[in-house]
Design a protein around this ligand. Structure first.
Ligand SMILES: [Zn+2]
Length: 241
């Protein structure tokens, strides 16, 4: 007992506070991770990485390699969040309406890069739901800055502007989105877009559902950048019903 009191006092005097661990906001949440599409975006690696993290948050994770999951009404109604990582590819009208029905009814939707911002190019309802569509990354892999424009938001709080060497997404976007971070194009590769500012991180509603998007995530190493990972995981927490 004396030993315990000594340790406690030592911690108090050294300024280390004893804080009870907060339960994760994702604990017990039902999350569907659907992945596939263009292999260059390593959908399986992304899905596994996200699923592993969700499990540490005590969420119930269901991994699916097929958009056919979106037609499973019972499954979709049981969810709190859908995370999608499918670049390009196609889904049927039934799959598309299964997904949008669930989000309209309040299930969250989150994703990054081409996995949510460049899926199903011919599906305008999907783009209407996400709030933006990739159109080009001028110059391919380039150096650029991500500027946090909304510093007090729960997703961006404490994160400073940061630099990356990866694809800089030029996107068509919905004026409804709440932009949290942007990037400015230098014009080095397409001179006429010099100075154009494009959203990188946003959130938006779709019916009763919350939609979160990050343009960052071309390759696995990007998720080792603490700002990229923090924005992604906080976005997931925010979008979860
Ligand atoms: Zn990419």
């Amino acid at each position: 007992m004396k030993k315990l009191i000594f340790v406690f006092l030592l911690l108090q005097f050294s300024g280390i506070k004893i804080i009870a661990q907060q339960p994760s906001t994702l604990e017990g949440k039902n999350i569907l991770v659907v992945y596939g599409g263009w292999k260059g975006h390593q959908p399986e690696i992304f899905a596994t990485k996200i699923a592993d993290w969700l499990k540490t948050q005590h969420a119930n994770v269901i991994l699916s390699e097929s958009t056919a999951s979106y037609t499973d009404t019972e499954l979709m109604d049981s969810l709190d969040l859908v995370i999608q990582h499918i670049t390009m590819s196609k889904m049927s009208a039934r799959e598309s309406s299964g997904l949008s029905r669930a989000i309209l009814n309040g299930v969250g939707l989150a994703g990054c890069h081409g996995g949510l911002g460049d899926s199903f190019r011919n599906d305008t309802e999907f783009q209407y739901m996400v709030g933006g569509q990739f159109v080009k990354h001028p110059g391919g892999q380039v150096d650029y800055q991500v500027t946090i424009t909304e510093k007090e938001d729960e997703i961006t709080k404490g994160i400073r502007d940061f630099n990356l060497h990866t694809e800089q997404y030029y996107m068509h976007f919905d004026p409804l989105i709440e932009v949290l971070a942007t990037t400015r194009f230098s014009g080095e590769h397409d001179a006429w877009i010099e100075g154009v500012e494009i959203p990188v991180i946003w959130k938006k509603p779709y019916g009763k559902g919350r939609v979160f998007y990050s343009a960052l995530g071309h390759s696995e190493d990007l998720f080792e950048v603490s700002e990229v990972w923090t924005l992604m995981t906080r976005g997931i927490e925010w979008a979860t019903k």
